[in-house]
Ligand binder design. Structure first.
Ligand code: FAD
Length: 470
């Protein structure tokens, strides 16, 4: 080019192509953090194995908490950004391998959550009538992979329920099981879930904590709600609320623990009113064996003591609680994605500030955020800070030249590649069709929405909307 030739407008800076694997809160906050910064132009593909976004906000947060579930309206704003493309119904590891995905974009952020349950590791755990909270929650929130037959068979006989664990998920489960049909009527639960819960003969729910109330991880708001159930009374043994010096210290140091204790003390010594269900909170008690021949009939439990470090140990004093249904809620863990490292004990992907570590060394262009990064702790908002940390690391790698925008060899569109591989991606307008179908289904019974719970009905909503548009 000669000196007086017009160079024309500067060529646009290449976009950083990022694939985010998992459209739960962590994935959505990652997309948001990427599009909010000005340093590097981006194009984000937000991939999920489900044809619907929001992860556990849709299939975890209890349906009788509509205000909490409304957070999806806020999350939706990130999906509407022009630089973000929702690519649902695509499972990484099945429709495209991690390696293929990595080769198709400049960077991948894994935000696929921690959806597996942890086991109690006690005899009888495999008996029918013993469920993981993950299975029950998936069912009542209408997850399309929920095992309907197993959950409904267990619920049909569930007069006495034992919930193992004293976190918020355990309280969600206890509360949902103790609610009346009228209390659940306006939720977005699928109709078969409402029908099965209405038919379940639940009379008593016992929540077991192996340690004391000072070590329980539930929050005060969730706890207090148990006392507001329409037709169930909360029972607590006052002896469980007597604190030793270490527990007193925790109460003094932690406002949540102090508030929890205050709520529990209001209930201590109450007796059940006739004709009402009960929710009993039993502390210093751990299950040692599920009893029953061909299905759960009871739980042998052991009294514990808690040492100064908060560790529980058995006293040898055992008793049997009647139980037709046992729900274990003792934590979630992340599963392995083929070709991605996983620390099997922690159930998380090893990382340094969000950079995936392979053999202890950072793997260029691979990142992680959310539950699969830090484990299953914290509320939805915790994932926002977490995603920001990971995006800051990714941008630092771009600035350092470790990740180059436009650095991938081909410029094939990811969705085109997926379709060529036989996948059937569900895009944002398709999700909008599912959303509209759920609102329309809810309206038939005077509800704001009813969750579509089958793969077939979810994908049919997409097909029908596409046919109408033609
Ligand atoms: C039962 C329950 C109730 C909760 N209630 C509350 C509450 O009331 N309030 C609150 O603040 N927090 C609550 N939480 C916590 C909150 O839901 C989590 O903090 C948050 O959802 C974690 O976000 P995440 O994006 O890491 O994982 P997830 O929300 O699990 O999202 C992961 C996404 O990845 C997708 N995915 C998985 N594998 C693949 C794959 N191979 N390819 C493509 N996509 C994949 C999944 O379909 C999912 O959409 C609750 C959690 C649970 C389990």
């Amino acid at each position: 080019m000669s000196a007086d030739e017009d160079p024309g407008p500067p060529s646009p800076r290449p976009r950083l192509r990022v694939a985010v694997v998992g459209a739960g809160p962590a994935g959505i906050y990652t997309a948001e953090a990427l599009t909010r910064q000005q340093e590097v132009p981006v194009a984000v593909d937000l991939i999920d194995r489900l044809p619907t976004p929001f992860g556990l906000v849709r299939h975890g947060i209890a349906p009788d908490h509509p205000k909490m579930r409304a957070i999806r309206d806020t999350l939706h704003r990130a999906l509407d950004h022009p630089a973000v493309r929702f690519v649902g119904n695509v499972e990484i590891g099945r429709d495209l391998s991690c390696r293929e995905l990595h080769a198709a974009v400049d960077a991948v952020v894994y935000t696929y959550g921690a959806a597996l349950d942890r086991q109690l590791g006690i005899p009888g755990e495999e008996l029918p009538g013993s469920l993981a909270a993950t299975a029950l929650v998936a069912w009542y929130t209408g997850h399309p992979d929920a095992d309907r037959a197993t959950v409904e068979a267990a619920l049909a006989r569930a007069r006495s329920v034992v919930v193992v664990g004293v976190g918020n998920v355990a309280l969600d489960v206890a509360r949902v099981l103790a609610r009346t049909p009228a209390e659940l009527e306006s939720t977005d639960m699928p109709q078969h879930v409402l029908d099965a819960l209405a038919a379940a003969p639940v009379e008593q729910v016992t929540v077991l904590g192996r340690r004391g109330p000072a070590q329980a991880t539930f929050t005060t708001q969730e706890l207090r709600e148990l006392g507001e159930l329409a037709e169930a009374d909360v029972l607590v043994d006052p002896a469980d609320l007597e604190l030793d010096a270490a527990a007193e210290e925790r109460v003094a140091a932690d406002r949540v623990v102090a508030r929890n204790l205050a709520v529990l003390r209001e209930w201590a010594g109450h007796t059940a009113r006739p004709g009402r269900a009960t929710v009993t909170l039993r502390f210093f008690t751990r299950p040692v064996r599920l009893l029953g021949e061909d299905r759960v009939a009871g739980v042998e439990v052991e009294r514990t003591v808690v040492d100064a470090d908060g560790r529980a140990s058995g006293t040898g004093e055992t008793t049997v609680l009647p139980a037709d249904l046992v729900v274990r809620s003792v934590g979630y863990r992340g599963g392995e994605l083929p070709e991605l490292p996983l620390d099997p004990r922690a159930g998380t992907v090893p990382h340094d500030l969000g950079r995936v570590l392979r053999g202890g060394a950072p793997s260029p262009g691979e990142y992680v955020a959310g539950w699969i990064k830090r484990g299953p702790t914290g509320v939805v908002g915790t994932n926002k800070h977490d995603a920001r940390e990971t995006v800051a690391t990714l941008l630092a790698d771009v600035a350092a030249g470790v990740v180059r925008p436009g650095g991938v060899s081909g410029d094939d569109d990811l969705v085109t590649t997926l379709r060529a591989n036989g996948a059937d991606p569900v895009l944002l307008e398709d999700w909008r069709a599912i959303d509209a179908a759920e609102v329309a289904l809810g309206a038939t019974r005077g509800r704001a929405r009813t969750t579509l719970h089958e793969w077939e009905s979810l994908l049919a909503a997409v097909r029908e909307a596409a046919a109408r548009a033609r």
